[in-house]
Every structure is written in structure tokens, then in C-alpha cells.
Ligand binder design. Sequence first.
Ligand SMILES: Cc1cc2nc3c(=O)[nH]c(=O)nc-3n(C[C@H](O)[C@H](O)[C@H](O)COP(=O)(O)O)c2cc1C
Length: 195
Amino acid sequence: MSKILWKPGTMIYPLPAVMVSCGSAPEEYNIFTVSWTGTICTDPPMCYISVRPERHSYGIIRKNGEYAINLTTKKLAFATDWCGVKSGREHDKFREMGLTPVSASKINAPLIKESPVNIECIVKDIRELGTHHMFISEVVAVNAEEELFDEKTGAFRLYEAEPICYSHGKYFETGGLIGKFGFSVERKPGRKRKK
Ligand SMILES: Cc1cc2nc3c(=O)[nH]c(=O)nc-3n(C[C@H](O)[C@H](O)[C@H](O)COP(=O)(O)O)c2cc1C
């Protein structure tokens, strides 16, 4: 393979494109799309979102110290993009996208009912990095769609909700299963483990 040396930039793709919901009362409720997000610790469960201060949502999250990450699906792709190009300063995004705000269990911010997984977050630290400020947050509750749990095994089958991802300005469906955690070292029946 021969490589082209590119200028330094944000090149970790694909990424999720989540819908972040915020606001402590219905008149303040808002949704915006975030790709600069991820897990940063397992125990305590922690994640981050990085937000430009000029976003309408920035002030809301900074003031309330909480928000919810709502995972997105093929069905939610249009709303995911729209909430990422329109501002809550001019739009009621829940109403205009036909999304339903529902109460969270541990935070005042609303959850998006139509999303299969809602992650309730409380801000622990804010790192003002540059263009984006990183909200380092603790996950205080996770709401997962009941229908996605396998009745027999209890396994959570997020893939059935058709999650989407974001890469170089485009949205993609996630592809088929190609292995499971540890499959590279799994012993095949009748075969000895390689040293
Ligand atoms: C796919 C996608 C990913 C985005 N990721 C981020 C992000 O990580 N951080 C951010 O500040 N804005 C991000 N944006 C832009 C905001 O979602 C957008 O500016 C939005 O209109 C802000 O809404 P608000 O003014 O109601 O808060 C993204 C937009 C899209 C479409």
C-alpha cells in the first residue's frame, strides 16, 4: 500500500452520529447531532461529547450539567442530519421532526422515545480544548429498547435496530457480522491452541 501524507486532522472514522437531547423544562428542550463522542472509562462508566461553544445546546448543557445521548438508526437518519444543521434557537426540533420527549430516570433532560438506546449523562468536567469543549460525563442510567433483547439468551441485539455511522461527511448503514470479541484466538473444536 502506498500512502499520501495528509495534514493533521480529525481522521478517526467511522464514528457514531448521536442525537444529544438537553434542557431542564419543555420550553428549553433541544436536540443536536454529535459525532465527537465516545466511551472513556468502563468503571465508573464515562463518556464524552465535544461541543462548539456557539451551539445553542452548549449553553443549555453548561448550565444544567446534564444531557442524554440517543443512539441513531436508519429510520432516524433524516432527523439525525436535520437536528445537526438546524438550531434550537429557531426551531422546536422535537415537534418539527415528530420525535417524542420522554422523562429520564436520573436527569431532567428529555430522552428521545424513538431512539433504541438513551444514555443519561451528568457532566463531571469540562475541558476547553480549542474549537470544541469536551464535556467529560458519568453515565448514570441507560434505557434500552425491550424488543431488542433476545428472549432466550438475554443478549442485546442493537444491530436489529439498524444503527448508522458517519464517515467523511456521509452516513452509512452498519454492515453484517464478521466475528465476535475474541474470535481471533478462539479454539476451533478438535484443534489445539497455537502457542
Ligand atoms: C453528523 C453531524 C455531526 C456533528 N457533530 C458535532 C459535534 O461533535 N460537535 C458539535 O459541536 N457540533 C456537531 N455537529 C453540528 C451541530 O449538530 C449543529 O451545529 C446543530 O445545528 C447545533 O444545534 P443547536 O444550535 O440547536 O445546538 C454535527 C452535525 C452533524 C450533521
